[in-house]
Design a protein around this ligand. Structure first.
Ligand SMILES: Cc1cc2nc3c(=O)[nH]c(=O)nc-3n(C[C@H](O)[C@H](O)[C@H](O)COP(=O)(O)O)c2cc1C
Ligand code: SF4
Ligand code: SF4
Length: 444
């Protein structure tokens, strides 16, 4: 039976499913309800000098039938008095001593950071998360992503906190930066016990076509918000991987955040090296109950693969993520269509002819037009298999025999790469393309 419990930089929790610091962790009521539902930890809505929020606050990208594929907010940190939050932290810990309660904090001066650390520790917080991510409002006041974008300032504040903290300190990073390893390394060097990421991405999700104001609209005006939800998961995964592959930063654990919604997302984050995951948007969309699917799925995955704990597979994808120059240029795949499954929708033909390499032909004069792959033209780009609406109808089939292996780096070392504009060693040399004038005959 899989054991889901974790020890994250010294913070113990019955499972790796944590709520991210956000509206679902605004109160003791919500966190107790979440723990009852099965969440193993919660990062309290960021505490500081309480703010005044605006109304409205949220915007979203609805993509086709999917609502809130991307989510955006202009909310600030907690607007509740500190004393109320501290009292509720204490109460939650009384009822749930074995769950992880982490206090997210954001203040300005060294004195305030020290005071806040002591206050949340006295309330019984198991850990502290430093919010250096908020990309709106707080950054205008010199906090949030204003710190997350300045590694030296971030390092200084982490070290202030570490001067007094007795519980583990997690530094939450902003993704609004070119190289996530810069603030990641600063957090490590400042003495942070762990890192969490990502906070939200600076964004505008839409413009109202009557008032010309960006969403969410506050009395006819708007501002950039922080983007999150399923849309940001690929960015989060890339950043987690960058930190997990770094020789120094990887010595401290990573809590992965950004677009996590299902057990599969959780497994992918763990395979990239995260050893706890945090969730915000999916809970705001579907409620605390989603943790049941996450837990059941994670258990099934671990049982199927024979893993006892999440540490048995944490980071297992990392050796397979390399740089482009190390990929095998001799590996060849081509598309293959299962004609029994094909419904003759033409989508693959259109995609390949207009958007790829003209490697699919269609028969004419038949009722159901089953396409054919022209193997000699197919570069194995995957596009047709991605657009095909029928599962496993187009598969990519390996055509090389596996004996040849050469990378761009090796070819460069062997002086065997194109170096002039019309070099014969170009990859597309002699590859079939139709004559430009053939385009004039494609209508109808
Ligand atoms: C409405 C809203 C408020 C948030 N408030 C905070 C906050 O107070 N402190 C913080 O560290 N992150 C805050 N976040 C960011 C989330 O904790 C999380 O990093 C981000 O939403 C990405 O995760 P997700 O894709 O699961 O939503 C907030 C996010 C949202 C949507
Ligand atoms: S894999 Fe790419 S090139 Fe090959 S048939 Fe499909 S879309 Fe065309
Ligand atoms: S996209 Fe798929 S189902 Fe549609 S024609 Fe191509 S192979 Fe057939």
């Amino acid at each position: 039976m899989a054991d889901l419990s974790i020890n994250f930089a010294g913070i113990k929790a019955p499972n790796p499913f944590w709520l991210a610091s956000a509206p679902p962790t605004n109160s003791g009521y919500q966190i107790m309800k979440a723990f009852e539902a099965g969440w193993g930890g919660a990062v309290w809505k960021t505490l500081g000098i309480p703010v005044v929020n605006v109304s409205s606050r949220y915007g979203a990208i609805n993509y086709r039938n999917t609502r809130m594929m991307g989510f955006n907010n202009i909310e600030l940190i907690t607007d509740r008095p500190l004393a109320d939050n501290l009292r509720e932290i204490e109460e939650v810990k009384k009822y749930f001593p074995n769950h992880a309660v982490i206090a997210s904090i954001m203040v300005e001066s060294k004195k305030e950071w020290h005071q806040m650390v002591k206050d949340v520790e006295n309330a019984g917080a198991d850990g502290i998360e430093l919010n250096f991510g908020c990309p709106h409002g707080m950054c205008e006041r010199g906090m949030g992503s204003a710190v997350g974008q300045e590694p030296e300032v971030l390092k200084t504040i982490v070290s202030w906190v570490k001067e007094v903290a007795k519980v583990p300190v997690i530094t939450k990073l902003s993704p609004n930066i070119s190289h996530i390893t810069d603030p990641g390394l600063a957090a490590y060097q400042g003495g942070s016990d762990a890192i969490s990421l990502i906070n939200t991405i600076k964004s505008i999700v839409g413009i109202d076509l009557d008032s010309y104001a960006p969403y969410p609209i506050v009395d006819g005006k708007g501002t950039n918000g922080g983007y999150c939800g399923p849309a940001v998961k690929p960015i989060a995964m890339h950043m987690i991987k960058d930190l997990a592959q770094h020789p120094e930063i990887s010595k401290i654990p990573i809590s992965g955040i950004g677009g996590v919604e299902t057990w599969r997302d959780v497994v992918e984050f763990i395979l990239l090296g995260a050893t706890s995951v945090q969730v915000c948007t999916a809970v705001m969309h579907y409620g605390f109950g989603i943790v049941r699917e996450m837990e059941a799925g994670l258990r099934r995955f671990m049982n199927d693969k024979g893993y006892q704990t999440i540490y048995d597979f944490a980071g297992k994808a990392l050796p397979n993520i390399t740089e482009w120059k190390h990929l095998n240029l001799e590996h060849k795949v081509v598309a293959e269509i299962n004609t029994d499954k094909c419904i003759g929708c033409d989508l693959c033909y259109i995609a390949c002819d207009d958007g790829a390499h003209q490697a699919i032909s269609l028969p004419t004069g038949v009722a159901k037009r089953i396409p054919t792959i022209l193997e000699e033209n197919c570069v194995g780009c995957n596009l047709c298999s991605l657009v095909c609406p029928v599962e496993n109808c187009i598969t990519m089939v390996k055509k090389d025999d596996g004996t040849q292996h050469i990378t761009w780096e090796e070819r460069t070392e062997n002086d065997d790469v194109p170096t002039s504009f019309n070099d014969d060693r170009a990859g597309g040399k002699d590859h079939f393309v139709p004559k430009p004038t053939d385009a004039l005959n494609t209508k109808g």
